[in-house]
Write a protein that binds this ligand. Structure first.
Ligand SMILES: NC(=O)c1ccc[n+]([C@@H]2O[C@H](COP(=O)([O-])OP(=O)(O)OC[C@H]3O[C@@H](n4cnc5c(N)ncnc54)[C@H](O)[C@@H]3O)[C@@H](O)[C@H]2O)c1
Length: 390
């Protein structure tokens, strides 16, 4: 192991995403061997000291902290990884860039476009590597869909449909948390899950030119809980707990136009019974079509328009060693992939970018673009009309 390639990580946050990122750093050199650089789990920081301490023990960080400023200032740290809620991204990212650290930030990049643009300026001025966590781009089936589109397999793009559907918020007793609060999350379903679908389609077919949207808040207040976790509270009766207003959207629909001439239709909701976490799309072109759902994460459906009339139908391609990233995983196709594998692929890009041998999955520029589109969606819903982009 070449120690000169060690990348000391300062992880800010010790929640849901910290677990995912930490597993991915640990698995990266196992799958992607030899690694371009060696991620070292150096310091994990959370406002809640117990969480930081547990994360250090559980994931193997050398030390833990409660103040992100000290981690950003630590000369030993090479990369700041931001897994805090959306409102706590910008200050950390800007301070880290000013100290010359590479910055990897979860999506959406920030609460507001102003903050997101300031983050982009800071990393560009500092000349550091910057990445935002739109990991769904690197699902092998999605990366292969992009390859097929690029090589003209489905021809010119006519129409697209995309969705990101969950159902964890339907129960009005699901407690208040940062995801329901505009001050801390920016938007609701739009930025939290919709932005994944928005970014994915931009990755596949290019820039948006306009959107026309409507969104809705289905549950207007929620109980306060000391043990709120995504989608629930731990063993607590909340029937008589005080309730506070929800200030974000719960679901959104919009139509869109694209620079390539295509039109599209999107839906994102946390109120879609039966859908625990379904991200999917279908793209129709002049020569064929492509269909994907992360319910079948390692499969891509491909329709070839010139198949003989009696053989027409979607074929199911099983991702494996002959597809993007497949050689890093298993020797035969159809052995499956998981959530942490996708994040591991994203981290392989980050390590290659830091080592100077590749580029990141999605940059802060992509993060800013996604927020521009989310902002246009919110404005469109307010005015009840089309809003142009870019
Ligand atoms: N890419 C994905 O698939 C994906 C999935 C879920 C969440 N996310 C994103 O990841 C981010 C974090 O989400 P999560 O679900 O892990 O949140 P979480 O609530 O589980 O964890 C966030 C942690 O950050 C800590 N924190 C808050 N402010 C802090 C500060 N100033 N300094 C240090 N710690 C602080 C909190 O105490 C909490 O432990 C969000 O931006 C979210 O949108 C991305």
């Amino acid at each position: 192991v070449d120690k000169s390639r060690d990348i000391n990580i300062g992880m800010i946050g010790a929640g849901f995403m910290t677990k995912l990122h930490s597993i991915a750093y640990r698995n990266y050199p196992v799958y992607f061997f030899p690694p371009a650089a060696n991620p070292v789990l150096h310091t994990v920081c959370d406002l809640v000291s117990d969480l930081a301490e547990t994360a250090a023990l559980r994931y193997g960080y050398r030390q833990h902290a409660t103040e992100w400023q000290a981690v950003v200032d630590d000369p030993a740290i090479d990369l700041i990884d931001i897994t805090t809620p959306n409102y706590a991204h910008a200050d950390v990212a800007i301070a880290a860039a000013r100290r010359g650290k590479h910055v990897y930030c979860e999506k959406p990049l920030a609460n507001t476009l102003v903050e997101a643009r300031a983050m982009l300026s800071a990393v560009e001025d500092a000349g550091v590597v910057h990445a935002v966590g739109y990991n769904n781009r690197r699902v092998p089936a999605v990366a292969f869909a992009r390859e097929l589109i690029t090589r003209g397999a489905i021809g010119d793009i006519y129409n697209v449909r995309a969705e990101y559907l969950q159902d964890w918020a339907i129960d009005p007793q699901v407690p208040m948390e940062w995801r329901f609060d505009a001050q801390r999350a920016g938007t609701g379903a739009i930025g939290d899950i919709g932005s994944h679908a928005i970014d994915l389609i931009r990755f596949l077919i290019g820039e948006y030119t306009a959107v026309f949207a409507t969104h809705e808040r289905h549950v207007r207040e929620r109980p306060v809980s000391q043990s709120a976790v995504l989608g629930g509270a731990r063993a607590e009766d909340l029937t008589s707990a005080p309730r506070v207003p929800v200030t974000v959207d719960d679901s959104v629909e919009f139509i869109a136009r694209f620079a390539c001439g295509a039109t599209g239709m999107f839906q994102a909701s946390r109120f879609a019974y039966g859908n625990k976490n379904t991200l999917g799309f279908e793209i129709f072109g002049s020569r064929g079509a492509i269909r994907f759902s992360n319910d079948r994460l390692w499969e891509l459906q491909y329709y070839q328009g010139d198949d003989p009339a009696d053989l027409q139908g979607y074929r199911t391609l099983k991702m494996g060693p002959n597809h993007p990233y497949g050689a890093a995983f298993w020797p035969i196709a159809d052995l499956g992939l998981g959530y942490a594998d996708i994040k591991t692929i994203e981290i392989s890009h980050l390590m290659e970018a830091i080592a100077g041998s590749g580029s990141v999955n999605a940059t802060f520029t992509d993060g800013v673009k996604a927020i521009e589109i989310c902002d246009a969606i919110v404005r469109s819903a307010e005015i009840g009309g089309w809003v142009g982009i870019g």
